[in-house]
Design a protein around this ligand. Sequence first.
Ligand SMILES: NC(=O)c1ccc[n+]([C@@H]2O[C@H](COP(=O)([O-])OP(=O)(O)OC[C@H]3O[C@@H](n4cnc5c(N)ncnc54)[C@H](OP(=O)(O)O)[C@@H]3O)[C@@H](O)[C@H]2O)c1
Length: 330
Amino acid sequence: MMNAAFTPSYGPASILEVRSLPIPTPKPHEVLVHVRASAVTAGDLRVRSGDFGALLSVVGRAFMGFFGPRHPVQGTAFSGVVASVGDAVDRFAVGDAVFGSSPSGGAWAEYIAVPADGALARRPENVSHAEAAAVPYGAGTAWHCLNDLARVQAGERVLVLGGAGGVGRFAVRIARHLGAHVTAVGSRASLDVMRELGADEVLDYRAVDFATLGETWDVVFDTADASSFRHSRPVLTERGRYVTLYASLGVLVQMLVSRWGRGPRALFAVVAGTRERTELLADLLSRGAIRPRVVARFPIEAVAEAHRRAEQGAGGDVLVVPSASPEQAA
Ligand SMILES: NC(=O)c1ccc[n+]([C@@H]2O[C@H](COP(=O)([O-])OP(=O)(O)OC[C@H]3O[C@@H](n4cnc5c(N)ncnc54)[C@H](OP(=O)(O)O)[C@@H]3O)[C@@H](O)[C@H]2O)c1
């Protein structure tokens, strides 16, 4: 048996229960990972509270479960050690340190069974389990949006709205890694964090509206639902891109229309982890191009507290460490 955080229905952090559940048995193509750390992200908070946004509220619940998560052990991003492998697995062996993500959850537990060919990679030796678990969500999303979708080029100007958030922190680093000049926008309290991450310029969103500064950008990456295509368009260059993580009917129409016309484009993404991207993140981690900012670790028994801390906008990554001994996350 193992300890796991159980989400019986959608609701506040207090809804979470710690239960003793059977350790999953890996199928032939799966590996069983002994989880050493798993992340609590803004995406996880949305699932726990059943907040899928206006446009996706029905679709989200149809997909995730109408009255509570279909998979009551949630948590998507994790790092740990392979405890056993299915008969058909030759990509990993018992004892390998790995990290990755599971779209259907299962990471807030002592063990998780995941497809060996899924969003899983070897953990680089220069990072801890806690740091590796903090990467797939924010860095995976930021990489997909900036590199695959917006195709940021060296020398371009990128503006990140929410530059100290779970996705934005990695977006600032990744945009810099791609050779862009980065303007990061966040609250006053987060200006130093965004400077430390390498932003060339930082803006306090309560003090200034970036769209009134008379500057232009090639990419506006809106991780905070703080702008819109209409609001950003006047400050985007001719081939500029507005990228948002928030689904709305408006942005879906703008995506279609702006695809065919001249001028800036609107882009929206729903990002899920892949094997290729997780391996790429491992490479970025090993080269020091991205570095998580772990600010708090909680034992699984305190998973509700971990959620409350994440809800406060921690300015860094919040981890659940399922093992009784938190040092094992190192
Ligand atoms: N579509 C997808 O596939 C996908 C993938 C990942 C995430 N998401 C969604 O994307 C959203 C962001 O995720 P996250 O993890 O980055 O959330 P987060 O950690 O809560 O970060 C949001 C950041 O935005 C900042 N912010 C708030 N208002 C702002 C404004 N007006 N201008 C600029 N910044 C502002 C916040 O700063 P303060 O708290 O300091 O005010 C915070 O740092 C979540 O809703 C998540 O569900 C979607």
